[in-house]
Ligand binder design. Structure first.
Ligand code: G
Ligand code: G
Ligand code: MN
Ligand code: NA
Length: 254
């Protein structure tokens, strides 16, 4: 009860914030979008990442409320950037529990209706491979309904979910995000290099885009470009930043 009260208070008092990490075309240098990443500005403990408090959110039953709040913030931010002439896609991480909640697609539709129409086509939902595959038929139907609203889907941390490849065929996702562990090690580990290549081949076959996570250096970017992977995200490009810094960062980068 104490934890739930504290989490609710954090939400109500504005201590939860979204940071944004850029996703760029490493070939052209164009900024394509931003991934929204939840942070807790804790008054005593400083800026906390979701690893420290997402479990608490789940345990206290606030997952759906926080998930909807993240959507609302991200949609509002997307509208503001569009109004400033910043044509940025926004990716939002969606927890399995949130995705599987009874009326997910309906609430998403209601949230989208409060914002300008262009927001839907700029919104991408990132779902963990493991969550997406838990109930493949239900997930398939859900993705279809949400895509009907104009949003797109990515499988996050792709390659770590032990998925049977045939499942991929049944999920109409737009993007595969190669897990950063493969990208980080691809320069020193032949097997990880081969895994990155394998994901690119799969994506080509299935008509998906690929985003490489964990691009930590220019050498990583070069190795990815050599394999034909153009879209990257990672601390070598930019760390997640507060929303207020995004506009200046985009101008400086492009
Ligand atoms: O930002 P950081 O690397 O600390 O994120 C750690 C994990 O938390 C990542 O797996 C990321 O997908 C997840 N995460 C970040 N923001 C959100 C969010 O708003 N909702 C959910 N469900 N997960 C998030
Ligand atoms: O699971 P997901 O891909 O949503 O996780 C995103 C998290 O990964 C963010 O919290 C971010 O802090 C972290 N992250 C992003 N880029 C890098 C990177 O280049 N290296 C490392 N170690 N972590 C990163
Ligand atoms: Mn993600
Ligand atoms: Na990821």
């Amino acid at each position: 009860v104490l934890a739930m009260g504290r989490m609710q208070q954090a939400l109500d008092s504005g201590e939860l914030l979204l940071y944004y990490q850029p996703k760029v075309d490493m070939r052209s240098g164009k900024v394509l979008g931003m991934e929204a990443l939840l942070r807790w500005h804790h008054p005593e403990r400083g800026v906390l990442g979701p690893g420290t408090f997402l479990p608490l959110i789940e345990q206290t039953g606030l997952g759906v409320q926080v998930g909807d709040w993240v959507f609302e913030q991200a949609m509002r931010q997307c509208s503001q950037w569009l109004a400033l002439g910043l044509d940025l896609n926004i990716s939002v991480n969606v927890a399995a529990r949130h995705l599987q909640a009874e009326d997910f697609a309906l609430r998403l539709k209601e949230l989208l209706a409060r914002h300008e129409a262009a927001v839907a086509s700029h919104l991408m939902l990132e779902v963990l491979e493991s969550a997406a595959l838990a109930d493949i038929d239900a997930t398939h139907a859900l993705i279809q309904r949400c895509k009907g609203l104009g949003v797109s889907f990515a499988l996050d941390d792709f390659g770590t979910g032990y998925s049977t490849l045939t499942y991929l065929k049944r999920l109409p996702v737009d993007t595969l995000k190669i897990d950063r562990s493969f990208v980080q090690n691809m320069l020193i580990d032949n097997q990880d290099h081969a895994l990155v290549e394998g994901v690119l081949g799969l994506a080509r076959t299935f008509g998906c885009e690929v985003v490489a996570e964990g691009v930590e250096s220019a050498a990583h970017a070069e190795a990815l470009l050599a394999l034909g992977c153009h879209i990257g995200q990672g601390n070598g490009i930019a760390m997640a930043m507060p929303a207020a810094q995004v506009s200046d960062w985009v101008k400086a980068f492009e």
